[in-house]
Write a protein that binds this ligand. Structure first.
Ligand SMILES: [Zn+2]
Length: 151
């Protein structure tokens, strides 16, 4: 499926290097891409599974015990920084997820999974993704302003 590009707007006017590339926003596609049929192992039994087009989970390697435990995950988008001692740090990441076997109906629909790798996990509905992105962009502007005000 092709995305409609005519409504893309640069949020930041700063072009050039990848670190300062403008943040683009675009309308969400109105129609979900067709699922992809992929092999999976469930309790050692080879099956074919319908995955969302964005799923990158290796369902053969995962070899979940029960079909209800098979979740679909998308590519991780990391938020990284460098500590004052030069150590790269991972603040957290975002990824698409859907848990077809979940007892929670809202998790049986695609959603954003937000994790910090240290126990914090939040599930964000796709309809709230723009608000999350706006909040991150606003925080980025404030972080940049703080650093410039101090030095
Ligand atoms: Zn999948």
């Amino acid at each position: 499926m092709s995305m409609v590009l005519r409504d893309i707007k640069a949020v930041s006017p700063t072009p050039s290097s990848p670190a300062s590339a403008p943040i683009l926003s675009a309308p969400l596609p109105q129609q979900q891409p067709a699922p992809i049929v992929r092999p999976a192992l469930v309790n050692g039994i080879r099956i074919l599974l319908e995955c969302p087009s964005w799923c990158i989970t290796d369902h053969v390697a995962a070899n979940e015990r029960h079909l209800a435990d098979v979740d679909h995950s998308g590519e991780m988008v990391d938020v990284t920084m460098t500590d004052v001692d030069g150590t790269p740090q991972l603040l957290g990441w975002f990824r698409l997820s859907v848990e077809p076997g979940s007892s929670r109906p809202e998790l049986r629909r695609p959603h954003l999974l937000v994790e910090d790798g240290d126990g914090f996990t939040a599930m964000v509905a796709l309809e709230d993704a723009d608000a999350l992105a706006d909040s991150l962009a606003a925080a980025a502007v404030r972080v940049r302003a703080m650093a410039r005000a101090a030095g």
